[in-house]
Write a new protein. Sequence first.
Length: 168
Amino acid sequence: MTGAERRDAIIRTIQKSRTPVSGKALAAAYDVSRQVIVQDIALIRAAGHDIISTNRGYILNAPIREERVFKVQHTDAQLEEELNAVVDLGGCIENVMVNHRVYGHIEAGLHISSRRMVAEFLEDIQNGKSSPLKNITSGYHYHTISADSEKILDMIGQMLRDKGFLVQ
């Protein structure tokens, strides 16, 4: 694991933790010294992440977002409806994933959290010579969706179900 990969993993570990993560625990998890972790935290901060040191460990000064993966299927004509409905309920479409029988797991980051971003994404699809990733798997695909609470994710799941997009 390179230093950059380790720092990315440290950020994810701190983001996902509901309690402070000690430098000792991070050092053990990534098989490095505590001093390396201190240096990594300094580099992570320099990169713009607001990591706070407490007497119990490191925390990220950012709102905790819940995530859930939804399996969906819809037509190209319904793509805008699906994305807008998710962002209208306060969700962020973090990615799109497909499981192709030949190529395996394919994933692309999206990070779509507003109608403006939906419009830009759709414009990019229309102006390019590409089609949505879902088209290589008969429309079946997955989205990791983040939101401020489980309640919002429940509402998004219900909306996807009501619209007939959610695959059981």
